[in-house]
Design a protein around this ligand. Sequence first.
Ligand SMILES: Cc1cc2nc3c(=O)[nH]c(=O)nc-3n(C[C@H](O)[C@H](O)[C@H](O)COP(=O)(O)OP(=O)(O)OC[C@H]3O[C@@H](n4cnc5c(N)ncnc54)[C@H](O)[C@@H]3O)c2cc1C
Length: 497
Amino acid sequence: MESRSKSISRRTALKASGLVAAGTALGMSLPAVAEAADAAKSADADQCVYDTIVIGAGLAGLTAARELRKKGRKVLVIEARNRIGGRTWTDTFNDYEIERGGAWVDPKQPHVWRELSRYALPIVADAGPERVLMPTLSGFAEFDPITAYTRQGELFTPFFDGATNYFPKPYQPFTREDLVTPLDGVTLRDRLNQLAFAPQDEIRMTSTTALYGAPSTRGALTQLAQWWALSGWNYEGFAGINTYRMQGGTKSLANAILADGAPHLVLNSPVSSVTQKNGQVKVLTRTGVTYTATEVIMAVPVNVWKKITFSPALPTAYRDATTQGYGVPRQKKLWLDLTNPTDRFIAEAPEGYGITIMGRMNDNAPVVAFTVDPTLDVTSHAQVEAAVKQIMPQASLRSFTVTDWQAEEFSLGGPAFRQPYQLTRLHRAISQPFGKVKFAGDDLALGWSGYMDGAIESGLRVAGSPTLSPLPAAAPNNRGLVGPEADRRIYRSMIGL
Ligand SMILES: Cc1cc2nc3c(=O)[nH]c(=O)nc-3n(C[C@H](O)[C@H](O)[C@H](O)COP(=O)(O)OP(=O)(O)OC[C@H]3O[C@@H](n4cnc5c(N)ncnc54)[C@H](O)[C@@H]3O)c2cc1C
Protein backbone atom coordinates (compact mmCIF):
# COMPACT_ATOMS: atom_id res chain seq x y z
CA MET A 1 0.00 0.00 0.00
CA GLU A 2 2.74 2.35 0.98
CA SER A 3 4.69 1.73 -2.17
CA ARG A 4 1.54 2.29 -4.26
CA SER A 5 0.89 5.70 -2.71
CA LYS A 6 4.55 6.58 -3.21
CA SER A 7 4.36 5.74 -6.85
CA ILE A 8 1.16 7.75 -7.27
CA SER A 9 2.59 10.85 -5.67
CA ARG A 10 5.71 10.51 -7.78
CA ARG A 11 3.67 10.25 -10.95
CA THR A 12 1.61 13.27 -9.89
CA ALA A 13 4.75 15.28 -9.25
CA LEU A 14 6.16 14.31 -12.60
CA LYS A 15 3.00 15.33 -14.39
CA ALA A 16 2.78 18.65 -12.56
CA SER A 17 6.22 19.68 -13.72
CA GLY A 18 6.10 18.38 -17.26
CA LEU A 19 8.76 15.81 -16.48
CA VAL A 20 6.71 12.90 -17.75
CA ALA A 21 6.92 14.53 -21.14
CA ALA A 22 10.67 14.84 -20.73
CA GLY A 23 11.13 11.20 -19.91
CA THR A 24 8.88 9.78 -22.57
CA ALA A 25 9.62 12.24 -25.36
CA LEU A 26 13.34 11.67 -25.07
CA GLY A 27 13.21 7.99 -24.40
CA MET A 28 15.25 8.75 -21.27
CA SER A 29 16.80 5.94 -19.33
CA LEU A 30 15.17 5.07 -16.02
CA PRO A 31 17.87 6.65 -13.86
CA ALA A 32 17.43 9.91 -15.76
CA VAL A 33 13.69 9.85 -15.18
CA ALA A 34 14.24 9.06 -11.51
CA GLU A 35 16.56 12.01 -11.25
CA ALA A 36 13.96 14.13 -12.94
CA ALA A 37 11.41 12.90 -10.39
CA ASP A 38 13.58 14.24 -7.58
CA ALA A 39 13.64 17.59 -9.32
CA ALA A 40 9.89 17.58 -9.58
CA LYS A 41 9.39 16.86 -5.92
CA SER A 42 11.80 19.59 -4.93
CA ALA A 43 10.35 21.98 -7.44
CA ASP A 44 6.82 21.45 -6.21
CA ALA A 45 7.87 22.18 -2.67
CA ASP A 46 9.99 25.13 -3.86
CA GLN A 47 12.62 24.07 -1.36
CA CYS A 48 15.52 23.30 -3.60
CA VAL A 49 18.22 25.87 -4.18
CA TYR A 50 20.19 24.92 -7.28
CA ASP A 51 23.75 25.97 -7.94
CA THR A 52 22.72 26.92 -11.46
CA ILE A 53 19.46 27.20 -13.33
CA VAL A 54 19.91 27.05 -17.09
CA ILE A 55 17.01 28.60 -18.98
CA GLY A 56 16.66 27.01 -22.43
CA ALA A 57 17.39 23.43 -23.50
CA GLY A 58 18.94 24.23 -26.88
CA LEU A 59 22.49 23.09 -27.61
CA ALA A 60 23.99 26.03 -25.69
CA GLY A 61 21.96 25.37 -22.55
CA LEU A 62 22.42 21.60 -22.66
CA THR A 63 26.18 21.98 -23.11
CA ALA A 64 26.46 24.44 -20.22
CA ALA A 65 24.37 22.14 -18.01
CA ARG A 66 26.53 19.11 -18.84
CA GLU A 67 29.75 20.97 -18.15
CA LEU A 68 28.53 22.23 -14.79
CA ARG A 69 27.22 18.80 -13.82
CA LYS A 70 30.68 17.36 -14.57
CA LYS A 71 32.05 19.91 -12.11
CA GLY A 72 29.69 18.58 -9.46
CA ARG A 73 27.09 21.33 -9.57
CA LYS A 74 23.40 20.89 -8.93
CA VAL A 75 21.79 22.07 -12.14
CA LEU A 76 18.20 22.57 -13.27
CA VAL A 77 17.33 23.17 -16.94
CA ILE A 78 14.02 24.92 -17.57
CA GLU A 79 12.64 24.62 -21.11
CA ALA A 80 9.59 26.39 -22.52
CA ARG A 81 8.75 23.89 -25.23
CA ASN A 82 7.66 20.28 -24.90
CA ARG A 83 10.98 19.16 -26.41
CA ILE A 84 14.67 19.92 -26.15
CA GLY A 85 16.84 21.12 -29.05
CA GLY A 86 15.46 24.62 -29.64
CA ARG A 87 16.34 25.77 -33.14
CA THR A 88 17.39 22.23 -33.99
CA TRP A 89 14.32 20.04 -34.42
CA THR A 90 14.36 16.62 -36.02
CA ASP A 91 10.89 15.73 -37.30
CA THR A 92 9.26 13.75 -40.09
CA PHE A 93 7.49 14.77 -43.27
CA ASN A 94 5.78 12.08 -45.33
CA ASP A 95 7.75 9.47 -43.36
CA TYR A 96 11.05 11.13 -44.27
CA GLU A 97 13.25 12.42 -41.44
CA ILE A 98 13.71 16.16 -41.79
CA GLU A 99 15.38 18.95 -39.87
CA ARG A 100 13.13 21.94 -39.33
CA GLY A 101 16.06 24.04 -38.09
CA GLY A 102 19.81 23.46 -38.03
CA ALA A 103 20.98 20.48 -40.04
CA TRP A 104 24.53 20.57 -41.41
CA VAL A 105 27.81 20.27 -39.54
CA ASP A 106 31.40 20.36 -40.71
CA PRO A 107 34.89 19.42 -39.53
CA LYS A 108 35.77 23.13 -39.70
CA GLN A 109 33.33 23.57 -36.81
CA PRO A 110 35.45 22.04 -34.04
CA HIS A 111 33.05 22.27 -31.11
CA VAL A 112 30.18 20.43 -32.72
CA TRP A 113 32.55 18.02 -34.47
CA ARG A 114 34.17 17.09 -31.17
CA GLU A 115 30.73 16.37 -29.69
CA LEU A 116 29.91 14.03 -32.58
CA SER A 117 33.11 12.15 -32.00
CA ARG A 118 32.64 12.12 -28.20
CA TYR A 119 29.26 10.40 -28.54
CA ALA A 120 30.23 8.38 -31.64
CA LEU A 121 27.34 9.85 -33.62
CA PRO A 122 27.58 8.78 -37.26
CA ILE A 123 27.72 11.37 -40.02
CA VAL A 124 26.29 11.15 -43.53
CA ALA A 125 27.20 13.30 -46.51
CA ASP A 126 24.47 14.59 -48.78
CA ALA A 127 24.76 13.26 -52.32
CA GLY A 128 24.59 16.84 -53.60
CA PRO A 129 23.09 18.26 -56.78
CA GLU A 130 23.32 16.83 -60.29
CA ARG A 131 22.54 20.27 -61.74
CA VAL A 132 22.39 23.85 -60.53
CA LEU A 133 19.95 26.57 -61.61
CA MET A 134 21.32 30.08 -61.42
CA PRO A 135 19.55 33.31 -62.31
CA THR A 136 20.45 35.17 -65.48
CA LEU A 137 19.09 38.46 -66.80
CA SER A 138 16.56 36.48 -68.83
CA GLY A 139 15.45 33.73 -66.49
CA PHE A 140 17.18 30.74 -64.94
CA ALA A 141 19.99 28.82 -66.61
CA GLU A 142 21.18 25.32 -65.85
CA PHE A 143 24.81 24.47 -65.10
CA ASP A 144 26.76 21.45 -63.96
CA PRO A 145 27.75 21.97 -60.30
CA ILE A 146 31.46 22.46 -60.95
CA THR A 147 30.86 25.21 -63.51
CA ALA A 148 28.25 26.90 -61.33
CA TYR A 149 30.31 26.94 -58.17
CA THR A 150 33.61 27.77 -59.82
CA ARG A 151 31.93 30.94 -61.01
CA GLN A 152 30.41 31.58 -57.54
CA GLY A 153 33.90 31.31 -56.11
CA GLU A 154 35.20 33.89 -58.58
CA LEU A 155 32.41 36.25 -57.57
CA PHE A 156 32.58 35.79 -53.80
CA THR A 157 36.36 35.90 -53.40
CA PRO A 158 36.62 39.65 -54.04
CA PHE A 159 33.56 40.18 -51.86
CA PHE A 160 35.74 39.16 -48.91
CA ASP A 161 38.97 40.81 -49.99
CA GLY A 162 40.91 41.90 -46.95
CA ALA A 163 39.35 39.34 -44.58
CA THR A 164 42.74 37.74 -43.93
CA ASN A 165 43.78 41.11 -42.59
CA TYR A 166 40.76 42.20 -40.62
CA PHE A 167 39.95 38.67 -39.36
CA PRO A 168 43.45 37.12 -39.16
CA LYS A 169 42.34 34.95 -36.21
CA PRO A 170 38.77 33.95 -36.99
CA TYR A 171 37.90 32.96 -33.38
CA GLN A 172 39.22 36.26 -32.06
CA PRO A 173 37.22 38.76 -34.10
CA PHE A 174 38.67 41.74 -32.22
CA THR A 175 42.32 40.97 -33.01
CA ARG A 176 42.35 43.81 -35.55
CA GLU A 177 39.63 45.88 -34.02
CA ASP A 178 41.17 48.95 -35.62
CA LEU A 179 40.26 47.48 -39.03
CA VAL A 180 36.99 45.82 -38.04
CA THR A 181 35.37 48.79 -36.31
CA PRO A 182 34.84 51.04 -39.34
CA LEU A 183 33.93 48.01 -41.47
CA ASP A 184 31.28 46.88 -39.01
CA GLY A 185 28.83 49.47 -40.33
CA VAL A 186 28.95 47.99 -43.84
CA THR A 187 25.93 45.94 -44.89
CA LEU A 188 25.98 43.13 -47.42
CA ARG A 189 24.14 45.45 -49.81
CA ASP A 190 26.76 48.18 -49.30
CA ARG A 191 29.46 45.71 -50.22
CA LEU A 192 27.65 44.62 -53.39
CA ASN A 193 27.19 48.27 -54.34
CA GLN A 194 30.82 49.02 -53.67
CA LEU A 195 32.08 46.24 -55.90
CA ALA A 196 29.62 47.23 -58.65
CA PHE A 197 29.34 43.78 -60.16
CA ALA A 198 27.87 43.46 -63.64
CA PRO A 199 24.09 42.92 -63.26
CA GLN A 200 24.31 39.33 -64.52
CA ASP A 201 26.90 38.61 -61.82
CA GLU A 202 25.24 40.44 -58.96
CA ILE A 203 21.99 38.49 -59.25
CA ARG A 204 23.98 35.29 -58.71
CA MET A 205 25.14 36.57 -55.34
CA THR A 206 21.97 37.95 -53.80
CA SER A 207 20.51 34.55 -52.98
CA THR A 208 23.28 34.25 -50.37
CA THR A 209 23.17 37.84 -49.16
CA ALA A 210 19.35 37.81 -48.95
CA LEU A 211 19.14 34.49 -47.12
CA TYR A 212 21.45 35.58 -44.33
CA GLY A 213 20.96 39.34 -44.34
CA ALA A 214 17.18 39.01 -44.64
CA PRO A 215 17.32 41.39 -46.49
CA SER A 216 20.82 42.25 -47.76
CA THR A 217 20.41 45.79 -46.44
CA ARG A 218 20.10 44.41 -42.89
CA GLY A 219 22.97 41.93 -42.48
CA ALA A 220 26.51 43.01 -41.62
CA LEU A 221 29.42 42.23 -43.94
CA THR A 222 31.54 41.41 -40.88
CA GLN A 223 29.27 38.46 -40.02
CA LEU A 224 29.53 36.80 -43.42
CA ALA A 225 33.23 37.68 -43.62
CA GLN A 226 33.87 36.01 -40.27
CA TRP A 227 32.26 32.81 -41.59
CA TRP A 228 34.52 33.14 -44.64
CA ALA A 229 37.55 33.46 -42.33
CA LEU A 230 36.40 30.52 -40.20
CA SER A 231 36.06 28.51 -43.42
CA GLY A 232 39.72 29.06 -44.31
CA TRP A 233 39.29 32.34 -46.23
CA ASN A 234 38.30 30.57 -49.43
CA TYR A 235 35.16 29.70 -51.34
CA GLU A 236 35.67 25.97 -51.23
CA GLY A 237 35.64 26.02 -47.46
CA PHE A 238 32.81 28.53 -47.29
CA ALA A 239 30.50 26.64 -49.65
CA GLY A 240 31.41 23.24 -48.23
CA ILE A 241 29.97 23.68 -44.76
CA ASN A 242 26.54 22.43 -45.79
CA THR A 243 27.52 18.88 -46.70
CA TYR A 244 27.44 16.64 -43.62
CA ARG A 245 24.53 15.75 -41.34
CA MET A 246 24.04 13.57 -38.29
CA GLN A 247 22.65 10.23 -39.36
CA GLY A 248 20.41 10.12 -36.30
CA GLY A 249 19.36 13.74 -36.76
CA THR A 250 20.27 16.67 -34.54
CA LYS A 251 18.08 15.17 -31.85
CA SER A 252 20.72 12.45 -31.42
CA LEU A 253 23.22 15.11 -30.36
CA ALA A 254 20.85 16.96 -28.03
CA ASN A 255 19.78 13.70 -26.41
CA ALA A 256 23.39 12.56 -25.95
CA ILE A 257 24.43 15.81 -24.26
CA LEU A 258 21.37 15.70 -22.01
CA ALA A 259 21.92 12.08 -21.02
CA ASP A 260 25.60 12.69 -20.31
CA GLY A 261 25.01 15.71 -18.10
CA ALA A 262 21.77 14.34 -16.59
CA PRO A 263 20.71 17.69 -15.14
CA HIS A 264 17.25 18.05 -13.69
CA LEU A 265 14.97 19.11 -16.54
CA VAL A 266 11.50 20.60 -16.70
CA LEU A 267 9.71 20.99 -20.02
CA ASN A 268 6.58 23.01 -20.90
CA SER A 269 7.72 25.74 -18.53
CA PRO A 270 8.27 29.13 -20.20
CA VAL A 271 10.16 31.42 -17.87
CA SER A 272 8.35 34.71 -17.33
CA SER A 273 10.64 36.49 -14.86
CA VAL A 274 14.16 36.42 -13.44
CA THR A 275 14.66 38.26 -10.16
CA GLN A 276 18.01 38.83 -8.45
CA LYS A 277 17.79 39.51 -4.74
CA ASN A 278 19.92 38.85 -1.68
CA GLY A 279 22.57 36.93 -3.59
CA GLN A 280 20.07 34.52 -5.11
CA VAL A 281 18.12 34.39 -8.35
CA LYS A 282 14.44 33.44 -8.46
CA VAL A 283 13.03 32.17 -11.72
CA LEU A 284 9.27 32.21 -12.19
CA THR A 285 7.58 30.19 -14.92
CA ARG A 286 4.27 30.90 -16.61
CA THR A 287 3.02 27.75 -14.92
CA GLY A 288 3.43 29.57 -11.60
CA VAL A 289 6.40 27.64 -10.21
CA THR A 290 9.35 29.50 -8.69
CA TYR A 291 12.82 27.98 -8.73
CA THR A 292 15.83 29.37 -6.87
CA ALA A 293 19.56 29.23 -7.64
CA THR A 294 22.77 31.00 -6.85
CA GLU A 295 23.24 31.76 -10.55
CA VAL A 296 21.23 31.63 -13.76
CA ILE A 297 22.38 31.02 -17.33
CA MET A 298 20.08 32.54 -19.93
CA ALA A 299 20.51 30.18 -22.88
CA VAL A 300 17.55 31.52 -24.82
CA PRO A 301 17.92 33.49 -28.08
CA VAL A 302 18.74 37.19 -27.64
CA ASN A 303 15.51 37.90 -29.54
CA VAL A 304 13.39 36.51 -26.68
CA TRP A 305 15.07 38.37 -23.78
CA LYS A 306 12.51 41.12 -24.33
CA LYS A 307 9.69 38.71 -23.45
CA ILE A 308 11.13 38.01 -19.98
CA THR A 309 10.89 40.43 -17.06
CA PHE A 310 14.26 41.00 -15.39
CA SER A 311 14.53 42.54 -11.96
CA PRO A 312 16.64 44.59 -11.73
CA ALA A 313 16.11 45.53 -15.38
CA LEU A 314 18.75 44.56 -17.92
CA PRO A 315 21.21 47.36 -18.77
CA THR A 316 20.92 49.29 -22.02
CA ALA A 317 23.21 47.14 -24.20
CA TYR A 318 21.16 43.98 -23.51
CA ARG A 319 17.91 45.87 -24.15
CA ASP A 320 19.29 47.33 -27.39
CA ALA A 321 20.38 43.86 -28.52
CA THR A 322 17.01 42.23 -27.94
CA THR A 323 15.14 45.16 -29.49
CA GLN A 324 17.31 45.12 -32.61
CA GLY A 325 17.31 41.32 -32.78
CA TYR A 326 20.09 38.84 -33.65
CA GLY A 327 18.19 35.88 -35.11
CA VAL A 328 17.50 36.27 -38.84
CA PRO A 329 14.00 37.72 -39.18
CA ARG A 330 11.39 36.26 -41.53
CA GLN A 331 13.30 33.03 -42.04
CA LYS A 332 11.11 30.05 -42.86
CA LYS A 333 12.35 26.60 -43.77
CA LEU A 334 10.12 24.50 -46.01
CA TRP A 335 10.11 20.88 -47.07
CA LEU A 336 8.38 20.31 -50.39
CA ASP A 337 7.00 17.17 -52.00
CA LEU A 338 7.40 18.00 -55.70
CA THR A 339 6.05 15.56 -58.26
CA ASN A 340 8.24 17.32 -60.78
CA PRO A 341 11.23 17.63 -60.96
CA THR A 342 12.43 14.47 -59.20
CA ASP A 343 16.20 14.69 -59.67
CA ARG A 344 18.82 16.21 -57.38
CA PHE A 345 19.25 19.93 -57.97
CA ILE A 346 19.95 23.28 -56.31
CA ALA A 347 18.25 26.48 -57.46
CA GLU A 348 19.41 29.87 -56.22
CA ALA A 349 17.12 32.85 -56.79
CA PRO A 350 17.91 36.56 -56.73
CA GLU A 351 16.80 38.70 -53.81
CA GLY A 352 13.11 39.51 -54.01
CA TYR A 353 11.96 36.05 -55.11
CA GLY A 354 9.49 34.17 -52.92
CA ILE A 355 11.93 31.31 -52.43
CA THR A 356 15.57 32.24 -51.89
CA ILE A 357 17.16 28.84 -52.38
CA MET A 358 15.85 25.29 -52.74
CA GLY A 359 17.20 21.89 -53.60
CA ARG A 360 16.94 18.15 -53.41
CA MET A 361 20.14 16.88 -51.81
CA ASN A 362 19.49 13.14 -51.88
CA ASP A 363 17.61 10.74 -54.13
CA ASN A 364 13.95 10.33 -53.16
CA ALA A 365 14.23 13.06 -50.54
CA PRO A 366 11.82 15.98 -50.29
CA VAL A 367 13.09 19.36 -51.50
CA VAL A 368 14.36 21.72 -48.81
CA ALA A 369 13.70 25.42 -49.36
CA PHE A 370 14.20 28.70 -47.53
CA THR A 371 12.27 31.93 -47.79
CA VAL A 372 12.81 35.33 -46.20
CA ASP A 373 10.00 36.98 -48.19
CA PRO A 374 7.54 38.53 -45.71
CA THR A 375 4.84 38.70 -48.39
CA LEU A 376 4.85 34.96 -49.12
CA ASP A 377 1.93 33.34 -47.29
CA VAL A 378 3.46 30.02 -46.34
CA THR A 379 0.10 28.67 -45.19
CA SER A 380 -1.13 28.85 -48.80
CA HIS A 381 -0.46 25.86 -51.08
CA ALA A 382 -1.15 28.06 -54.11
CA GLN A 383 1.33 30.73 -53.04
CA VAL A 384 4.08 28.28 -52.18
CA GLU A 385 3.59 26.48 -55.49
CA ALA A 386 3.65 29.79 -57.35
CA ALA A 387 6.92 30.69 -55.62
CA VAL A 388 8.43 27.37 -56.73
CA LYS A 389 7.15 27.86 -60.28
CA GLN A 390 8.74 31.32 -60.37
CA ILE A 391 12.05 29.42 -60.48
CA MET A 392 10.94 26.15 -62.11
CA PRO A 393 7.80 26.74 -64.16
CA GLN A 394 7.32 23.02 -64.78
CA ALA A 395 7.32 22.20 -61.05
CA SER A 396 4.30 20.70 -59.37
CA LEU A 397 3.76 20.75 -55.60
CA ARG A 398 1.93 17.84 -53.96
CA SER A 399 2.35 18.83 -50.31
CA PHE A 400 4.67 20.75 -48.03
CA THR A 401 5.49 21.58 -44.43
CA VAL A 402 7.00 24.78 -43.07
CA THR A 403 8.53 26.18 -39.89
CA ASP A 404 8.26 29.92 -39.43
CA TRP A 405 11.10 30.68 -37.02
CA GLN A 406 10.07 34.30 -36.67
CA ALA A 407 6.61 33.22 -35.53
CA GLU A 408 7.94 30.60 -33.09
CA GLU A 409 7.49 32.45 -29.82
CA PHE A 410 10.52 30.86 -28.16
CA SER A 411 12.84 31.80 -31.04
CA LEU A 412 11.43 34.98 -32.67
CA GLY A 413 13.89 34.50 -35.51
CA GLY A 414 16.18 32.05 -37.25
CA PRO A 415 19.91 31.53 -36.70
CA ALA A 416 21.98 34.47 -35.50
CA PHE A 417 23.20 36.88 -38.13
CA ARG A 418 24.53 40.17 -36.83
CA GLN A 419 23.48 43.59 -38.07
CA PRO A 420 25.85 46.53 -38.53
CA TYR A 421 27.77 47.50 -35.37
CA GLN A 422 26.42 44.64 -33.27
CA LEU A 423 29.85 43.01 -33.25
CA THR A 424 31.87 46.03 -32.21
CA ARG A 425 29.32 47.91 -30.11
CA LEU A 426 27.23 45.21 -28.42
CA HIS A 427 28.90 41.81 -28.50
CA ARG A 428 31.29 42.24 -25.58
CA ALA A 429 28.77 44.06 -23.39
CA ILE A 430 26.03 41.44 -23.76
CA SER A 431 28.46 38.56 -23.29
CA GLN A 432 29.18 39.81 -19.75
CA PRO A 433 27.29 38.47 -16.75
CA PHE A 434 24.72 40.82 -15.28
CA GLY A 435 25.04 40.21 -11.56
CA LYS A 436 24.28 36.51 -11.04
CA VAL A 437 22.81 36.14 -14.53
CA LYS A 438 25.02 34.88 -17.35
CA PHE A 439 24.21 34.67 -21.05
CA ALA A 440 24.80 31.99 -23.70
CA GLY A 441 23.60 31.01 -27.15
CA ASP A 442 24.69 30.98 -30.77
CA ASP A 443 24.17 34.76 -30.90
CA LEU A 444 27.02 35.18 -28.42
CA ALA A 445 29.58 32.84 -29.95
CA LEU A 446 33.00 34.26 -30.69
CA GLY A 447 33.37 31.95 -33.69
CA TRP A 448 30.51 30.26 -35.55
CA SER A 449 27.72 32.54 -34.41
CA GLY A 450 24.53 31.38 -36.16
CA TYR A 451 25.56 27.71 -36.11
CA MET A 452 25.30 24.75 -33.75
CA ASP A 453 29.04 25.03 -33.26
CA GLY A 454 28.62 28.54 -31.93
CA ALA A 455 25.87 27.44 -29.53
CA ILE A 456 28.13 24.72 -28.11
CA GLU A 457 31.14 27.06 -27.96
CA SER A 458 29.08 29.56 -26.02
CA GLY A 459 27.73 26.88 -23.66
CA LEU A 460 31.29 25.76 -22.90
CA ARG A 461 32.48 29.30 -22.27
CA VAL A 462 29.63 30.26 -19.94
CA ALA A 463 30.30 27.13 -17.89
CA GLY A 464 33.99 28.00 -17.60
CA SER A 465 35.15 25.10 -19.80
CA PRO A 466 37.85 25.51 -22.46
CA THR A 467 36.81 26.32 -26.00
CA LEU A 468 38.67 25.48 -29.20
CA SER A 469 40.06 28.05 -31.57
CA PRO A 470 42.10 26.34 -34.26
CA LEU A 471 43.36 28.25 -37.21
CA PRO A 472 41.66 27.02 -40.37
CA ALA A 473 43.77 24.56 -42.29
CA ALA A 474 44.14 26.70 -45.39
CA ALA A 475 46.86 29.30 -45.24
CA PRO A 476 45.65 32.87 -45.49
CA ASN A 477 46.62 33.81 -48.98
CA ASN A 478 43.60 35.67 -50.30
CA ARG A 479 45.22 36.14 -53.67
CA GLY A 480 48.53 37.05 -52.10
CA LEU A 481 47.20 40.21 -50.52
CA VAL A 482 48.55 40.03 -47.00
CA GLY A 483 50.66 42.29 -44.87
CA PRO A 484 50.60 45.98 -44.07
CA GLU A 485 50.60 47.16 -47.65
CA ALA A 486 47.61 44.95 -48.46
CA ASP A 487 45.92 46.19 -45.29
CA ARG A 488 46.18 49.72 -46.49
CA ARG A 489 45.23 49.03 -50.08
CA ILE A 490 42.24 46.77 -49.48
CA TYR A 491 41.05 48.54 -46.44
CA ARG A 492 41.12 52.00 -47.96
CA SER A 493 38.97 50.78 -50.80
CA MET A 494 36.52 49.03 -48.47
CA ILE A 495 35.74 51.90 -46.15
CA GLY A 496 35.52 54.35 -48.99
CA LEU A 497 31.82 53.66 -49.36
C1 LIG B 1 16.12 27.31 -40.32
C2 LIG B 1 17.44 27.15 -39.63
C3 LIG B 1 18.48 26.52 -40.27
C4 LIG B 1 19.70 26.35 -39.62
N1 LIG B 1 20.70 25.65 -40.26
C5 LIG B 1 21.82 25.34 -39.57
C6 LIG B 1 22.77 24.43 -40.09
O1 LIG B 1 22.57 23.85 -41.17
N2 LIG B 1 23.89 24.18 -39.37
C7 LIG B 1 24.11 24.73 -38.13
O2 LIG B 1 25.13 24.44 -37.50
N3 LIG B 1 23.22 25.59 -37.61
C8 LIG B 1 22.08 25.88 -38.28
N4 LIG B 1 21.13 26.68 -37.71
C9 LIG B 1 21.46 27.35 -36.45
C10 LIG B 1 21.38 26.45 -35.22
O3 LIG B 1 20.20 25.70 -35.26
C11 LIG B 1 21.42 27.35 -34.00
O4 LIG B 1 22.57 28.14 -34.07
C12 LIG B 1 21.48 26.60 -32.68
O5 LIG B 1 20.59 25.53 -32.66
C13 LIG B 1 21.15 27.58 -31.55
O6 LIG B 1 21.22 26.93 -30.31
P1 LIG B 1 20.99 27.78 -28.98
O7 LIG B 1 21.06 26.81 -27.87
O8 LIG B 1 21.88 28.95 -28.95
O9 LIG B 1 19.51 28.38 -29.11
P2 LIG B 1 18.12 27.61 -29.25
O10 LIG B 1 18.31 26.35 -29.99
O11 LIG B 1 17.14 28.58 -29.77
O12 LIG B 1 17.75 27.21 -27.74
C14 LIG B 1 17.13 28.13 -26.87
C15 LIG B 1 16.12 27.36 -26.04
O13 LIG B 1 15.51 28.30 -25.13
C16 LIG B 1 14.14 27.97 -25.03
N5 LIG B 1 13.41 29.14 -24.54
C17 LIG B 1 13.12 30.29 -25.20
N6 LIG B 1 12.43 31.12 -24.40
C18 LIG B 1 12.28 30.48 -23.22
C19 LIG B 1 11.66 30.82 -21.99
N7 LIG B 1 11.02 31.99 -21.82
N8 LIG B 1 11.68 29.93 -20.97
C20 LIG B 1 12.31 28.73 -21.11
N9 LIG B 1 12.93 28.36 -22.25
C21 LIG B 1 12.91 29.22 -23.29
C22 LIG B 1 13.76 27.58 -26.44
O14 LIG B 1 12.57 26.85 -26.49
C23 LIG B 1 14.98 26.78 -26.87
O15 LIG B 1 14.85 25.41 -26.58
C24 LIG B 1 19.89 26.85 -38.32
C25 LIG B 1 18.84 27.46 -37.66
C26 LIG B 1 17.62 27.61 -38.30
C27 LIG B 1 16.48 28.25 -37.55
